[in-house]
Design a protein around this ligand. Structure first.
Ligand code: AMP
Length: 395
């Protein structure tokens, strides 16, 4: 696996695919700088080597040129964060971009305009990728957030940099974190899977069944497992057509000696609302008219024990409807347990889908070992898929 350390960037122009798809407010100010901050180590290493950085990214989903999605809005923020002047060029290919790239001096940063102003980017167009490739000497992919897309700048472009392509430090860190959970991490390994639906996590469960020692299944997904085993789940969320699948997962887990932990009690509500009446019930006996919206106290205690036994922990998905204060307790308790295990020396990775939002909302992002920067890319990695952006560097 080629990383930044395999190259000396002195007098080289690094063409870096970053993921600067950051949220902007109505005044075009960046409201969450995580993705820019995450790319800083890669940019700094190249500049310190004596090289220059040409940054390329997408922003949003434009249909052709769209002023509101121009990357010019974030140039100043990049300057603030990296501490180096950033020159913006209002195109990502063509004469203007090529001239700006050619005159870029060592120690300087050039920011190209939004790649997705060209439909060729998402289409993975080879000619477009070739035009981009003319701008730099070494291609660096540091965009985990788009590594699951076979786009021109994330995958197709790599063929034009034979022997001159590598992962940036962020992408390398993402790959190492996933490998820890899937292969190299200290045992016992635990995966916590929560969220609304089993159908969106099924491939992950099947892929990790023989890679981990414990799986906690929480959130809305759990009810399909409970009903499939004959429990009364009242009006809780359930995918009836996935009940056979749930039973088959439980059987496969048994055969593979992977322990599956389900909630035993829930906080049930008489409506899907923060103001609903609530009661704590056994998960197998939720009355009609009531729905489980959070893990109950006994479940929280059980999960706490499992988490503290484990040395490598993956957390994907909330244990309840955490967006509503009254149903966030299970998710918070789990986060606290993972924080405690991490303090005791366990490796913990949070990522995939909306997990990062939940972790950040409650401040757990500072208390785990690693927070992934890619929602969809992390989910696909956990499903065992080879991501095009990663494969293109390895080829
Ligand atoms: P996912 O995108 O699959 O990770 O699901 C996240 C969503 O699952 C969050 O918006 C939660 O509100 C929701 N969720 C978690 N537990 C439940 C539950 N018991 N009933 C309904 N929705 C839930």
């Amino acid at each position: 696996m080629k990383t930044l350390n395999d190259f000396n960037f002195k007098n080289k122009k690094a063409l870096i695919r970053v993921d600067f798809n950051v949220p902007l407010n109505a005044d075009f100010e960046v409201t969450d700088t995580t993705r820019i901050v995450s790319a800083k180590p890669t940019i700094i290493k190249i500049l310190e080597d004596g090289g220059s950085c040409i940054l390329m990214s997408h922003l949003g989903r434009p249909k052709g040129f769209q002023e509101d999605l121009s990357l010019k809005h974030i140039a100043e923020k990049i300057e603030d964060i990296i501490g180096v002047e950033v020159t913006f060029v209002a195109d990502c290919i063509g004469v203007e971009a090529e001239t700006a790239a050619a005159s870029l001096e060592p120690g300087k940063i050039l920011l190209l305009e939004n790649l997705r102003f060209y439909a060729e980017e998402t289409a993975g167009d080879v000619r477009f990728a070739e035009k981009l490739s003319k701008l730099g000497d070494i291609y660096v992919n540091d965009a985990f957030g788009t590594a699951h897309r076979a786009h021109a700048s994330t995958a197709v472009i790599a063929q034009f940099f034979e022997g001159k392509k590598c992962f940036g430090s962020l992408l390398a860190q993402e790959i190492e974190s996933i490998e820890k959970v899937m292969q190299t991490g200290e045992k016992p390994v635990l995966a916590v899977l929560g969220g609304a639906k089993i159908s969106s996590k099924i491939t992950i469960i099947e892929n990790i069944l023989d890679k981990v020692d414990h799986i906690i299944i929480g959130g809305g997904m759990a009810y399909t497992f409970i009903k499939a085993q004959g429990g009364n789940i009242g009006d809780s969320i359930c995918e009836d057509d996935k009940m056979d699948l749930a039973l088959s997962i439980l059987e496969q887990a048994k055969a593979k000696n992977t322990k599956i932990h389900l909630p035993v009690d829930v906080i049930a509500a008489n409506a899907f609302s923060n103001d609903a009446e609530t009661q704590i019930t056994d998960i197998n006996n939720i009355p009609e008219g009531w729905q489980g919206l959070d893990a109950g106290p006994k479940s929280q205690e059980n999960f706490h024990k499992v988490v503290l036994e484990c040395k490598t922990i993956l957390w994907n998905g909330p244990l309840g409807v955490f967006e509503m204060e009254n149903f966030a307790k299970g998710t918070i308790a789990l986060g606290n347990a993972i924080a405690e295990a991490t303090k005791n020396g366990a490796f913990s990775l949070v990522g995939g889908g909306d997990s990062v939002a939940a972790a950040k909302q409650f401040g757990f992002d500072k208390k785990v070992s690693y927070v992934s920067t890619g929602g969809g890319a992390m989910l696909e990695s956990l499903e065992g898929k080879t991501l095009p952006g990663i494969a293109a560097i390895l080829e």
